[in-house]
Design a protein around this ligand. Sequence first.
Ligand SMILES: [Zn+2]
Ligand SMILES: [Zn+2]
Length: 282
Amino acid sequence: MASHNLAYVKIDDLEIIGYSVAGEETVVAMPQLDVCFDIGKAPDQVISINNVLLTHGHMDHAAGIAYYLSHRNFNNQTPGTVAAPANLIEPIKEILASWEMVDGSPIPANLIGVSAGDEIQIKPNLFARVFPTKHSRGSVGFTVIEKRKKLKKEYNSLTGPQIVELKRQNIQIDVPVEIPIVTYLGDTQYVDFSQLDYIKNSKILIAECTFYEIEHNERAEAGRHMYIREFAELVETMQNEHIVVTHTTQRTSLQVIKETLKNALSEEKFSKTILFMEKRKR
Ligand SMILES: [Zn+2]
Ligand SMILES: [Zn+2]
């Protein structure tokens, strides 16, 4: 039996599995990309994913780090990579060192401190770009970007041998292109993320929207989270094909959340929206 009953979404050939309830646990994995955004309490189903991209240090997003790393060692897997805000790397090392003493076994880890603007390589053509969010000190979000080369327009009609000949002459025949596949905002207050093209044009946007009721507006402000009206304002400026809503409060039922989303968003945006926690097997 797996430790968690996770939500499951499939968009074309990409699966999104995880769990995300504000204050309780947030972990959102994309196995085909080999990334797990935040780690929550390290559900069994995500242990074999090689890269954890941690957005900030709040316990409900980060508690499972030691278990994730230690369990990979137990399973004879390679050490997990955890990319986390640079200011968290030292305290994470201390936690791991303490757990090594408590548990009596080594916890191999590949820890990478990141800040806004950094890029880390996930696979030969796949990178995670780091951008700032407004939540806690050093908090960040991630966009997973595929980088490809595309033949320049003027060479489109060339035959194979002609292309080989141009390459032999060291002529630059292709241009680099970036395809932003998914952006994960993590926890954040409203920021106009549409100012960053790679976020605006990500095929999939995974965004928090924590609060839905007018009396929760102040909670959103205090906890540095998004309230439905801010979320609606944000997504209307974006171009994403799919929007996955995470980090929903326990204070409002999923049914009311769904209705509130429907009323707050345009029909077009609502049709692209997936309420993550609604996608669990019952
Ligand atoms: Zn959170
Ligand atoms: Zn948080």
